[in-house]
Structure formats: structure tokens, C-alpha cells
Design a protein around this ligand. Structure first.
Ligand code: AMP
Length: 541
């Protein structure tokens, strides 16, 4: 296994193989098998462009040969940052076949995040769009290479420039199969204390996740999956998402953006049956569905997950979209729970369902780590056949977030029903979920204190009708107090993804501290709640 990764213990791995979870199939072979079975059927749709399984298979082979020709070798890390494009799929399969390891950067990331991802992964290659939403990724790539000597090659989808190359293509090569037990790609952690950690996902574990998720969703070759969310999100890529649909022989429709004006006509035109959304988007879809001229009748299953939803909202989703709602709890680290399509109303509306694999182990513990009796609320711990055993190159962090027996501490407060269904009650970790984006409070605080007008800062999530949460920065000024705009501007100029810029600023003389001298975030949340009540009262007077 790639150095810096934590393998499953040999005995556990043997058990996962014996149970048939891990089949020794690489992700590159997953597409090969699908192409043999479903060759002339449509694998991908993007605008008017349609790609069959056979074409996608050959595209990936030619790209793999092209990358090999540029000296990309097995085990090399490649930071891939692309918006929703069919090229993303072909590039990933090419790298899987080559045994090179894509690192899934988010399309919204900017120089700060990309520098970090390149450094942490030791990437030698960056692949981006030429220009996306007015931002020139060729210049970004060049700026990164100027800073990072190990970053050797830059490729773009779209117009190349100078030594930023177009995607290569060459006659297919006979490439050795990568070890299915090895890392296929890296997903990013939502991060709670700092910039994202890298989550190694192996061929074996991810192939299993996609296959099992597809089975729970009852996906067949007749299904048409709409990639509305960013394709690099675990949810859209493999829950069952793009990979789960392709292994089942279905069609993946790639949407440029998740808005109803883009997606609703695609649903009608392509007969989309399944899609995945985050709660804030679902809200927009539900509102627009009442007015749309598009026929959404082909939809049979809409998965919603990634953040908490208000119970009263959950009830309206299925009826408004005319399909079955599936609640999803998940994390890029692994564990997925889904409500079952044929489950009772109570199961679907009041819980986040059951783990997708019989191999998933869930445990609820108290603050001291002691296992709590059934029905209690505590921190959710998990381990299983597609849940990581360690972040990449993060031994100290791993020592904190994994128990000695390999359980991952999720930082989520949860309880299990009598039937084993998951109910999320809150969060211990300092993560803000703003729409579909996860923001690390610690990371934003670190940017804020770099500003000369900030002495100290603490960031919390505050409830928001539309996004679920927004970020609120509590700042103790140093000298002339900063404005919200000045702080946002400074972060923007530093090259931080826009969704991380604070939404609100509260200037304070001091931050509340716990008895051991740490910032008391619970107290801050209480202060904010009180202030919100006062603001609402003042508005009504
Ligand atoms: P990520 O790995 O970035 O997808 O983030 C995973 C985290 O998102 C989980 O640990 C939860 O805190 C949160 N999450 C995911 N799905 C749900 C859900 N259905 N309800 C509440 N929180 C969720």
C-alpha cells in the first residue's frame, strides 16, 4: 500500500474478502467489465454530447497511454480540479488504470487550498479546466508550479497555453493492473481544525461502496442518474453516483449546475430516474417544482443528504418532486446510511436509515469513550469495509480520531433506534455546513488572525433559513476594528475558496473561555442565539 496510508489489519481484510465485500477488482476494471457488457449503450450525457460505454472505455485507455507517455507512473499523485464535465470521468478512469492516484480537489478551491493539497499529497501533476467561471486555472497552475518544485506537469481541459498542456492521447498500452488493495484516489475530509486531510480510498473498498449503494437504491441498467452536485463530491461520485450507475450499466447525465433551470429540462429530456441533492438545493427544487413546465415524472428516487433537514420540510419533498425520498447520511471517510426505498413512512421521514453494508459497525459512546446503552445519544464511532483506517500522512491526527481498535470518531452526535436506524442529534466537531459546503472553523480562524486588525477570532455556524448554517466570526480587534468586507477581501486575496469567507462579523472585547482556557464555543452559540432573538424582537417592534 502507498506509504503514508494505514491498511486494514490483515485478519480484517481477509474477512472482508471472505464475505465477498472486496472482490479484488480495480476501478479501471469496473469500467472495462461494464464496457464489455454494455458497449453500445450510453454511459455519459453532457449537453448534446453522448458517450457510449465502448467510447468511454477507449477514451480512458487513450488518456492513460497519453499520461504514461508524459512519464506519469503508478503511485504518482495527480491533483484533479474540474467542474462537472465528462472529461472528469475519463481522466479518473485513465489514472485508475495507470495506477496513478487522483486527488479530488473541489472546483471552488483556490490557490491556498490547492497549494496545500499539492504539498500534502506530493503531487507531480495538476489537471484543471483552462478557464472556469471567469477564473484562469492555467495561471493558477503556473503559480503553483513556481512555488512547488515537485509539481512537474500541468494539463487543462480546454485551451492550453505555453507549457500548460492539453490532455494527451495515445494508442492504448497494455498496462499492468494496479493492486486492488491499494489506494485508487484521495477524497478530502471536511476538516475541523485545519485545511482538508486526505482520505485514501482503495479500489476494493470504493468498488464495494458503489456496488452496495447501487443495490440499496435498486439501480439497474435502465436507470438514468443525474449528476447535479459537484461530481468530485463523494455523494455524487460513488453513493452510488457516477460509479455506481456505470457499474450497473445505467446512464449518467452530467449537469453543469444544480439549479432547476438546468436540471429540470435535463430530467425531462433524458428521462432521469435518480439524483442526489443537499438540503439547501432540495428546498429550491421543491419550490420550483410547483411552477416548472418540465415533466419530472421520470424521477423515481431523490437522495438527500450531507446536512440536517428540518422534519417539517422532509415530509414535503417526496410529494413535491413526485418520487421516493431517500435520506442519506454519509461522509467521505466511508460510512453511509440510507433509508430504504420500500421502508415505512416513519423509517424514511424520521431517521437517516440503516448502514448500507452488514459489515458496517456503529457504536455510540460518551465523552470518555465508554459505549452507551441502546437508544442513548453520544458520539458516533464507526468502522467497516469501506471506512478508512487512517488519513494520509497524518499520524498525530490519526492517533486522536481513531480508537485503538480502528473505529473512526465521526464527531457527530447520534443515536440508534431499536431497529438500528441512525438519527443525528448534533455535532461535536467544529465544522460548519453551509449549503453543500463543509467549512472548518479552525481553518477560517487561522486566516482571520493573519489580519493585522485581528487580535483573536472564533468562528461558529449560525442557523440560516436557506443554507442551513452561515459562518459568523467573533473578532477581538487589534487597533482599529476591521470591517467584514476588509476581512473577506483579505481572505479572497490570499486565494481562499469563496464559500469560506465569513458571512457575519461580531466585534467583541474578549472571547468567552472554558475553565481550561479554550474558546468556549458553546457560550458563543448561546450569545448568538440570544442576540438573534433580540434582533427578531426589534424587527417586529
Ligand atoms: P463530508 O465527508 O464532507 O461529506 O461530511 C460528512 C459530515 O456531514 C458528517 O460527518 C456529518 O457531520 C454531516 N452529514 C452528512 N450527512 C448528514 C445528514 N443526512 N444529516 C446531518 N449531517 C450529515
Amino acid at each position: 500500500m502507498l506509504e503514508g496510508c494505514t491498511p486494514w489489519p490483515e485478519r480484517v481484510a481477509a474477512e472482508y474478502r471472505a464475505q465477498g465485500y472486496w472482490r479484488g477488482e480495480s476501478l479501471g476494471a469496473l469500467l472495462r467489465t461494464a464496457a464489455e457488457k454494455f458497449g453500445p449503450r450510453t454511459a455519459l450525457v453532457y449537453g448534446q454530447r453522448r458517450t457510449t460505454y465502448a467510447e468511454l472505455d477507449e477514451w480512458a485507455d487513450r488518456l492513460a497511454a497519453g499520461f504514461a507517455g508524459h512519464g506519469i507512473r503508478p503511485g504518482e499523485r495527480v491533483v484533479v480540479q474540474l467542474p462537472n464535465l465528462p472529461d472528469f470521468v475519463a481522466i479518473c478512469f485513465a489514472l485508475f488504470r495507470l495506477g496513478a492516484v487522483p486527488v479530488f480537489a473541489l472546483a471552488a478551491h483556490r490557490q491556498t487550498e490547492l497549494r496545500h493539497l499539492c504539498e500534502l499529497s506530493g503531487a507531480s501533476v495538476y489537471i484543471g479546466p483552462a478557464v472556469h467561471r471567469g477564473f484562469d486555472h492555467r495561471e493558477l497552475g503556473q503559480a503553483l508550479r513556481a512555488e512547488l518544485p515537485h509539481l512537474r506537469s500541468l494539463f487543462v481541459v480546454g485551451e492550453p497555453a505555453g507549457d500548460v498542456l492539453p490532455l494527451p492521447s495515445a494508442d492504448p498500452l497494455d498496462l499492468p493492473e494496479p493492486d486492488p488493495a491499494d489506494v485508487a484516489f484521495f477524497l478530502l475530509s471536511g476538516g475541523t481544525t485545519a485545511l482538508p486531510k486526505l482520505i485514501p480510498r482503495t479500489h476494493d473498498d470504493y468498488a464495494y461502496q458503489c456496488r452496495t449503494a447501487a443495490e440499496v437504491c435498486e439501480l439497474t441498467a435502465d436507470d438514468v442518474y443525474l449528476t447535479a452536485l459537484p461530481i468530485e463530491f463523494n455523494f455524487a461520485w460513488g453513493c452510488p453516483g457516477v460509479l455506481g450507475t456505470l457499474q450497473a450499466g445505467g446512464t449518467v447525465v452530467v449537469a453543469e449546475s444544480p439549479t432547476p433551470d438546468q436540471c429540470f429540462p435535463l430530467i425531462e429530456r433524458e428521462g432521469v430516474t435518480v439524483t442526489a441533492l443537499v438540503p439547501s438545493l432540495t428546498q429550491i427544487w421543491v419550490e420550483e417544482a410547483a411552477w416548472t413546465a418540465s415533466d419530472l415524472g421520470s424521477l423515481r428516487l431523490v437522495q438527500v443528504g450531507g446536512a440536517r433537514m428540518k422534519p417539517e420540510f422532509v415530509r414535503g419533498i417526496g410529494p413535491a418532486l413526485g418520487c421516493t425520498l431517500q435520506q442519506v447520511f454519509g461522509m467521505a471517510e466511508g460510512l453511509l446510511t440510507f433509508t430504504r426505498p420500500r421502508g415505512s413512512a416513519e423509517h424514511v421521514l424520521d431517521t437517516l436509515g440503516l448502514p448500507i453494508s452488514p459489515g458496517d459497525e456503529l457504536s455510540i459512546v460518551d465523552e470518555g469513550g465508554a459505549v452507551l446503552p441502546p437508544g442513548s445519544t453520544g458520539e458516533l464511532l464507526t468502522r467497516g469495509p469501506y471506512t478508512l483506517r487512517g488519513y494520509y500522512r497524518a499520524p498525530e491526527h490519526n492517533a486522536r480520531v481513531f480508537t485503538a481498535d480502528g473505529f473512526y470518531r465521526t464527531g457527530d452526535l447520534a443515536r440508534l433506534t431499536e431497529r438500528g436506524e441512525l438519527v443525528i442529534e448534533g455535532r461535536i466537531k467544529e465544522m460548519i455546513i453551509r449549503g453543500g459546503d463543509k467549512i472548518s472553523a479552525g481553518e477560517v480562524e487561522a486566516y482571520l488572525v493573519e489580519h493585522p486588525a485581528v487580535a483573536t477570532a472564533a468562528v461558529i455556524g449560525v442557523p440560516d433559513e436557506f443554507l442551513g448554517e452561515r459562518t459568523c466570526a467573533y473578532v477581538v480587534p487589534h487597533g482599529t476594528p476591521p470591517t467584514l468586507n476588509a476581512l473577506r477581501e483579505a481572505m479572497f486575496r490570499r486565494g481562499v475558496a469563496e464559500y469560506k469567507l465569513p458571512d457575519r462579523l461580531e466585534l467583541v472585547d474578549a472571547l468567552p473561555l472554558t475553565p481550561i482556557g479554550k474558546v468556549d464555543k458553546k457560550a458563543l452559540v448561546a450569545i448568538r442565539e440570544l442576540a438573534a432573538i433580540r434582533e427578531e424582537r426589534d424587527e417586529h417592534q
